[in-house]
Design a protein around this ligand. Structure first.
Ligand code: HEC
Length: 292
C-alpha cells in the first residue's frame, strides 16, 4: 500500500500554483491584498482537507485488509518523515525482487527490459509544465500579459515622461546660451513648416516675409547670423507682420534655437534661392556675418 502525501504539502503546492496563476493574470503582486485571492486559497484548502479526510477513510479500509506482516511494514514506513521518504523514493534503486515484478516479458541476447516508473520529480515537472503552458498561453491571448506592444507602449510612456522631466528641469534657452548645432536642423525645419512657411514660403525662399536664403538682411541687431535670427524671431519686427514669437509666448527658447539652426542652414549650408528660381528679391543690405 502506498504512502499518501500529507495535506499541508498539497496546500503548499496549491498556494504556489494559485500565486503563479494570479500573477500571470494580474501582472503584479497586488492580489496578495485581495480578498478574492485569499478566498480562493481558503476554498482550495477546504477541498484539500476534504480530499484528505476521504483518503483517511479509504486508507483505513485498505489497511484492515492487509496481512499482519504488511501492516507492520506499512506502519514502519509511515514513521519516516515525508521529505525523507520522497527523497529516498526519488533516488531509490529497485531490489532484485522488485525488478522481477517489473520485468517485461521480452528480451534479446540476454538484454531484458524493465517497466520502470517515471521518476516522480519528472512527472511533477511535466504536469506543472503542461498546466503552466495552458495558463500562460490563455493569459497571453486574453489579457495584456507579456504583450510586446503593451510593454513597448508602457516603456515609451515612461521614457517620454523622463525626457520631458529632464527638459523641464533644464534652464530655458536664451539668446546668450543659444548655440547653433546641426543636430537641431531637422527639429527646426518642423517648427518652420508649422509657423513660418505661410509667409517665408517653402525652404525660406520668401513671400510676404523676406527671402531667408540670401545675403541681404533688413534687420541686423546681432553680429552673427545665428544669434541675429534668434533675436528677430524672439522679438519680432515691430510694425510688420513678423511677430515676436518668443516674447509672445508662441515658441519656447528651445524651439527658437531649433528654427534659428534651420534658417542658418538654408542660408549658409546651401546656395541662395535666386529670383530666377522663384525666390523673393533682396530686401535690406548685403551683410557679412561674423563667424559663430
Ligand atoms: C505673418 C507672416 C510671417 C510669419 C508667419 C513669419 N514671418 Fe518672419 N518676417 C515676416 C516679415 C513681413 C518680415 C520682414 C520684417 C521687416 O520688414 O523687417 C519677416 C522677417 C523675418 C526675419 C528677418 C529677415 C530680415 O531680412 O531681416 C527672419 C529671420 C524671419 N522673419 C524668420 C521667421 C521665422 C523663423 C518664422 C517662423 C517662426 C517667421 N519668420 C514667421 C513675416 C512673417
Amino acid at each position: 500500500m502506498k504512502q499518501r502525501t500529507p495535506v499541508f504539502v498539497n496546500i503548499l503546492i496549491i498556494v504556489g500554483l494559485l500565486t503563479v496563476f494570479y500573477y500571470l493574470f494580474v501582472q503584479s503582486y497586488s492580489f496578495f491584498a485581495s480578498p478574492y485571492f485569499w478566498g480562493t486559497v481558503a476554498i482550495a484548502a477546504i477541498l484539500a482537507f476534504i480530499h484528505n479526510a476521504l483518503g483517511d477513510i479509504i486508507e483505513n479500509n485498505k489497511f484492515k485488509k492487509l496481512s499482519e506482516e504488511e501492516k507492520a511494514v506499512y506502519l514502519q514506513e509511515k514513521k519516516i518523515p515525508f521529505l525523507k521518504r520522497t527523497y529516498d523514493s526519488a533516488f531509490k534503486k529497485q531490489t532484485a525482487t522488485e525488478e522481477k515484478d517489473i520485468l517485461i516479458d521480452h528480451g534479446f541476447d540476454g538484454i531484458m527490459e524493465l517497466d520502470n516508473q517515471l521518476p516522480k520529480w519528472w512527472v511533477g515537472l511535466f504536469y506543472f509544465g503542461t498546466v503552466f503552458c495552458i495558463v500562460y498561453v490563455s493569459a497571453y491571448v486574453f489579457t495584456d500579459f507579456a504583450s510586446p506592444i503593451k510593454e513597448y507602449e508602457a516603456e515609451y510612456r515612461e521614457q517620454s515622461a523622463a525626457v520631458e522631466k529632464y527638459l523641464a528641469e533644464q534652464p530655458p534657452v536664451t539668446i546668450e546660451s543659444a548655440a547653433f548645432s546641426e543636430d537641431n536642423i531637422a527639429a527646426g525645419k518642423e517648427v518652420f513648416q508649422t509657423n513660418c512657411v505661410s509667409c517665408h514660403s517653402e525652404g525660406g525662399r520668401g513671400g510676404i516675409g523676406p527671402n531667408l536664403t540670401d545675403g541681404f538682411w533688413h534687420n541686423q541687431p546681432e553680429k552673427t547670423l545665428f544669434k541675429n535670427v534668434f533675436h528677430v524671431v524672439e522679438n519680432g519686427v515691430t510694425g510688420t507682420a513678423m511677430q515676436a514669437w518668443g516674447k509672445n509666448g508662441v515658441l519656447s527658447g528651445t524651439e527658437i534655437q531649433n528654427v534659428a539652426a534651420y534658417v542658418y542652414s538654408i542660408n549658409q549650408l546651401q546656395k541662395p534661392i535666386t529670383v530666377a528660381e522663384g525666390g523673393a528679391p533682396p530686401y535690406g543690405k548685403a551683410v557679412t556675418w561674423e563667424k559663430q
